[in-house]
Structure formats: C-alpha cells, structure tokens
Design a protein around this ligand. Sequence first.
Ligand SMILES: *Cc1c(COP(=O)(O)O)cnc(C)c1O
Length: 734
Amino acid sequence: MSQTEIPSAAPSPARVDWTEVAPQALYDKCKALASNLWWSWHPEVVSLFRDLDPLRWRQLDHNPIALLAEMTPEQVAERASEMVLYTRINQAQRRLNDYLNNMQTSWGARHAGVLGSKPVAYFSAEFGIHESVPIYSGGLGVLSGDHIKSASGLGIPLVAIGLFYDQGYFRQHLDAQGWQQEEYLDTKIKDLAMEPARDSDDRPITVSIDTLEGQLQAKVWLMRVGRVRLYLLDCDVGGNLPEDRELTSRLYGGDVRTRIRQELVLGVGGVKALRALGIHPGAYHLNEGHSAFAPLEAIREKMEDDGLSFDDALREIAQHTVFTTHTPVPAGHDRFEGALVEEHLGPLRRQLGISYEQLMGLGRVEPQNESESFCMTVIGLKLSRRANAVSSLHGYVSRRMWAHLWPWRAEEEIPIGHITNGVHVPSWLAFPMQLLYDKYLGPDWQQNMGDPEVWQEIYKVDPGELWETHNVLKSRLLDFVRRRVSRQCRKRNEDESAVESARNMLNPNALTIGFARRFATYKRADLLLQNLDAFVELLNDPKRPVQFIFAGKAHPADEPGKKLIQKIANLRHDPLFRGRVVFVEDYEINVGRHLVQGVDVWLNNPRRPLEASGTSGQKVVLNGGLNCSVLDGWWAEAYNGRNGFAIGHGSQHVDTQVSDARDADEVTRVLKEEVIPLFYQRDVDGLPRQWIDRMANSIATLAARFSAHRMVMDYVEQCYLVAAGGQSSDMKMP
Ligand SMILES: *Cc1c(COP(=O)(O)O)cnc(C)c1O
C-alpha cells in the first residue's frame, strides 16, 4: 500500500518520550499485534506497521513480522516516539484483546451457540488471507480467507484446516516476448504468524498417514486469524522420504500422484490433526473436492469410538458434512485412477472393512462402472448430507451436471442447493470509502454489514463527495500501475525511454476499465480484441478516452492461457494501444486490492455459464466501481438494470463459436452505447450524475447481499446448525 493510503486513525496523542517506555515492552506489543492476522483487515493497524518504515514495509510485501525482525527494540521505540505511535500501538492492542475476549456479544453467540463445544471444521486446499502469507493461488483461496475472517467477525465457532506450502504459488513475470515466466520463492517460516500446534500435553503435533508404499507424516502449524484458528499441515518433516518432504511445497504443482497425496494429507491428515488437538467438530465443511477424503477418516473414528458398522458410521458422518462445489468446468474436478486410489487409501479402506470396489464406487457416478475413474466431487456429494453450489445459476448448472447421481429424481429435486459467494468487506474496502461509510451509514455499520437496510443510507451521500472519494482511489491505482509497470520494464532491461513512458502513462480523466482474473481461456480475456477495429476506435477517441488495465496468471501448464497473456501484454508495442492497454504482472492480493479499489468499471466476460460465481466484482461494488459483466455467476442474480451493466441477455448458444462472436459484438456495443456515454455525460459541475446514481444503486443493492458476512450467516442457518444439531433435513443422499 502506498504511504498516503491510510491516514492514522487515532487522534494525535501527546508526544511520548520513548525513554519513558521500555523499548522491549513496546517491541513485544508490536510483535503480539503481528502474531494475529487480525491486523490485516484493520487499516489503522496496517498504517501503524507501515509507519515504522514505509519503504521496507513495501519491499517486504507488507509483512510486519519480517519488518520487526529487521529492527531492534530501540529502533522501534525511537521510531514510535518520532511518529507518535505509542498510543496507537496501545489502542490497537486493546482493540484486539477486546475482540478476542468479547465473543459472547457476537452474532454467533446468539445464533450459533450449539456450535460452541463442537465447532465447524472448515477444510480448504488454499487460504488467501493477506499478500504476506502466500498459501493461495486465486479465487478459491481468497474465498476461504474471506470465509474464515467473516466467521471470526461474526463469532462463529469454527476452526480451519489447510496445507502449508513453503513455496506457495508461483510469482509471475513476463519475458521480452511477453511469455509468462514462473518463479517459486521460499517462504521463511520465521516471517509468518505461525507456531507449532500443540496437543493437551503441550507437545507439537505430527500426524501419520499409512499408504501401501509407506507412511506419510505431517506436522501441524497454527495460524491465528482473528478468533479463528487455522491449522496448516506441512510434510517437510524429518520422518518423511526426501521427495515426500517436498509434497506440500507448491500449490497445484506436480503431477496427479502429488495431487492425490496432498489431498490425502489435507483430508485424512486434517481429521487426524483435529483429533490430536482434542477438537470434536459438529460439522465438517469441505470447501471444494480437494478435502473430500476427510469424511472417510471421520467414519473410521466413528466406527472405532462407537462400535458402528461402516454403513451406520457413514450415515452419521454424512449428516455432519457439508460439501461446496465450485466449478462447472470438468477439468476443475479431480479424478484419480483406481491404482492411485488404492495405493493411498488401501490401508484406511481395510480399517473401514470395505472392498476396493466399494471404495471406488464412492467416487463413481455409476459405482459398478469399472471404466469410471474416482472423482473427488462425487465422493464429496456422496459423503455429505448437505451440498451447495456458489451462485443461483451455478446451482442450476450443478444440479443438471450431477443429476445422474440421483437417477430417480427430477432435475429440480437434485439435492444441491446454492449459497452465493461474498467478500469480507473490511479486507477489500479502501480506507477513504470506509470513512465515507462511517459518516453516512452510522457508527455500527460494520457490525451489521450483512443487513441490506444499513446500506440504504448511501443514497444520502452527497454525489460530489462520492465522486471525489472514488477519484482519489482511482489516482492511487494509476500511480500504483505506473510504478509497477515501470519496474517491470526495468527488470526486463528495457531502455530508459520505455521506463520513462511507463512512468507517465495513463490518463486520470479517462474511463478506466479493469480486467483481472486467472487467464483460463473460458474467461475470454481477449473478447474485445475480436472486433479489433472497433476496439481501436474506442481507445483512441480523443474526446472520450478509454484505458484498460489487465492482470492475471495462467496455470503453468496452460499454454493457451499463456498465449492470451502474451497477446494482451504485447499490445504495448503497438502505438494504437501503447499506454492505453496495460498489463500488470503478478496478480495477487495486493494488486487485486489496488485494482478493485480504483477502477471505474470492472469487466467480466466469461463464456456463460462457466463462471460459478466470481467475487472480484463484489469487491469493486464496495469501492464505488461499476460492474460490466456477462450475466453469469453472481452477476446473473445481482444485476437489476440500474446497478451496473449487462453484456448479453443471459442466454448462450450451444455452439461456443457462435456464442463467442455474439458476445464479442455485445461487449463492444455495451461499452460504446451505454458505458462510455454515461461516464462522459457531465453536469455543470462536471459530475456524471447518472453514473454516480448507478454507483449508489450498486452499493445499496449489492454490498450486503454479496458480503461474506451474509454468506457465512447463510452457511450457519442452512448448513452448520442442521449438521451439528443432527436434525433431519429434506435432503437425501445419493
Ligand atoms: C478476488 C480475487 C480473486 C477471485 O476473483 P474472480 O472474480 O473469481 O476472478 C482471484 N484472485 C485474487 C488475487 C483476488 O483478490
């Protein structure tokens, strides 16, 4: 974050001479603040760390632990006295302590009390919490991070289980040809807010998992995310073979055998870790199929503890299990051959007393069909009593996709519901917008941000004030992009004129459109380029200029995705596009935050209905940007005609080529006839009144509905309470 981003929230206290304060005590307080990721969604705490050393803060990926490690207690104390940080540090610490100790006044205490002694165990292969904790790759991880932050905010008894990747996901840069290069950096464990998880005898926990080829071991780390404990399994332990020590090094790296082994550690290892911790979950939430082996280990425990048969234990555990599916794209559903399944689950299968055929049947749509591989989504659906998709449209698509699991049911009775994704408001909201909301929405708005009523007050905001605030954020984004892109040029050893022109590009008055997401081909990053002449015309209109900022990674094995990146990045060599179409490298949470906070328009044009939900556009809403999107994922249920722009009419042709051509025409038309004219239609004060009306309408109608608070409340009411209470529901297992 830039230095100007967050003013100090605290009033200026009297200057404290650091010699009065024991430097070590002050230093320890800072370290205590840094050791709970709660700080990451509190702008006043972020600014406090940044003020210790703004330059190093940026260079260290905004990591307070790494920053403090470079400073002595005396340096911190001296800096604290110069910057009058002392009171802010104390205030932040009091706030954190109040937060941790006041669970009883939370929404969760009132609505989810039953989970108190038997919390939700939330499993996910990735968690995107902050840019300084690189254990996520993209949307799924950011969603998991937002989920646990909102669970923390609402006071839901929930623990999270994931994997610790010491190299995380790759860092992206482009070579001179515009081709994506992948770099894996080692994360220093000592720079993370992480400690070994301990059992009741205070011993560090290690779990072991038997396979037919030997034993796998994983140690367990504890990361504190507000009130939520996140446990991360890590195979880099001495007891493992050298190749197994690297098993959890990289997220979504390696071959299919690495994949099943990671999933074995996450699912089976995760349940074992909970047991070692003395945690007895009331609900298991499997966020995507990666963790769908977990119920098998839970069934084994149930059989052992209660002397149940496999079938009875399965029924019991399924009652407590919630499964969320995240994509209609076939490649997004892990599938494994029988031999790999047997190698890794053979020992557990024998303990469960079931045959190889029975086990394989759990992962097949047709249990007897020997040509069918083992699918993690199928076992997830079969071992959970509650299953959901992540938007209304995705629910419809998923029921159709998995209808053959329930051949006796009509499609609309397929037991896959939906809970639409949402975003953690404090994590994505820019501080200047927060100040605006503080002023207009009332002092308690953050406590009630899942309530749509709260947001109606936005209509009372002075249009000029909303517009000004947005423009501050926009200029901050443009500065950020100029800085990043000139650094990219320098890194490629381009000549000084290229660096210089990057430093001066982008027009603060031009309509600025952002497009950032994974470069999977179905997301069609190049859709506008299909009608190239029309696109060039839009970009080069001297009266109504338009500029685009692109970002996104392609999976390392996705050649077509990398070609798309190259196509867009290389536009900078053409004078018709130079400075108007910009590619920012290494899309991650920090780049994402700047983009969603500063764009005028967020463009999303996937091939319908392949985008299950999407969440980046929801982050844009909070900050006053407008969505311009195909009616897919969350936007299909969000768009009301006045809160953004729609591309197409919510239909698709069976032939993708026909669909693509139609949508290409339509996206060009919407920009040309709707978006650009509205943006440039100004009143005597220079304000685009109707545009600002749309901004307010977008915030008023969407902010609560697409918040992670609303999402987590839905999970509590529709899934967790039923699972933990053991009440029967109308759902039937396949
Ligand atoms: C929000 C976010 C995503 C997910 O957004 P989509 O709309 O699903 O593409 C991915 N990556 C990062 C870094 C994000 O912040």
